[in-house]
Design a protein around this ligand. Sequence first.
Ligand code: ATP
Length: 263
Amino acid sequence: MISARNVSFAYNEELVLDQVTVTAEQGRTVGLIGPNGSGKTTLLRTLYAALKPRAGQSEVDDVPVARLRPVELAKRIAVVAQEGTPELPLTVTDMVLLGRAPRRSMFQSYTKEDHRQAASALRRVGARDLAERSFSTLSGGEKQRVLIARALAQEANHLLLDEPTNHLDIRYQHEILTLVRSLSITTVVVLHDLNLAARYCDRLVLLDRGRVVSAGTPDEVLRPEVIEPVYRVSVQRLEEPDCIQLIFRPPSSGESTDAPEAS
Ligand SMILES: Nc1ncnc2c1ncn2[C@@H]1O[C@H](COP(=O)(O)OP(=O)(O)OP(=O)(O)O)[C@@H](O)[C@H]1O
């Protein structure tokens, strides 16, 4: 389980998270959704102790993340962040082996077990055939799969993903999220696409201007009356046999979807 409990965070004096609580139960996938600038990435970063809240705390399996040494944290939490990967001359296998860092001492060379874990992680993401390729030459979708493999090689049982479908075509978007679901690892994922969030998340947390405005199952959160004032668009909800589908259009003139002013 990983959670943020009443977390508030400010950059300088600007409050960007205001008493936010989010919990991902073991084996569940929780989606963080919300408009640009609503605080999703900041919240994710507090979950893995990259940012220290000014109030509240994040916990992994009931242990405050602030209390864990970086190597202990990395044994429990793997992160695929939004920042691009450096253009280093690494093969895919090298890249995945980097995930073994928390499990080996600094000057030790990679063991058979490290290589076995890296190969297994690549197999799990369906990228075994990419092992010898130069990482920098891969497509966006291939890179994303390899970065997830690196997270798996870390053997952490919590996975944090920041917009993993960014820059991916529709097929890869579904492929990556199907993969994430199939891993059965406790996952918190930032997503912009609400239809993907509906299909692949067990629960959703909707942020607006640093506050949780709705949390629950996709069925509970993805309702026009919840979504419209936050995103300021008109929303039509279709009930597909296996999933909720939302259709968006800009508000027509005279139609107000303005969010109430934050108090
Ligand atoms: N390093 C920083 N210094 C100052 N302000 C920041 C910093 N990083 C983010 N912010 C601000 O904090 C707020 C929340 O940003 P955050 O990146 O968490 O939002 P987000 O919901 O992930 O946005 P997006 O969907 O655009 O990625 C925004 O107003 C942003 O401008």
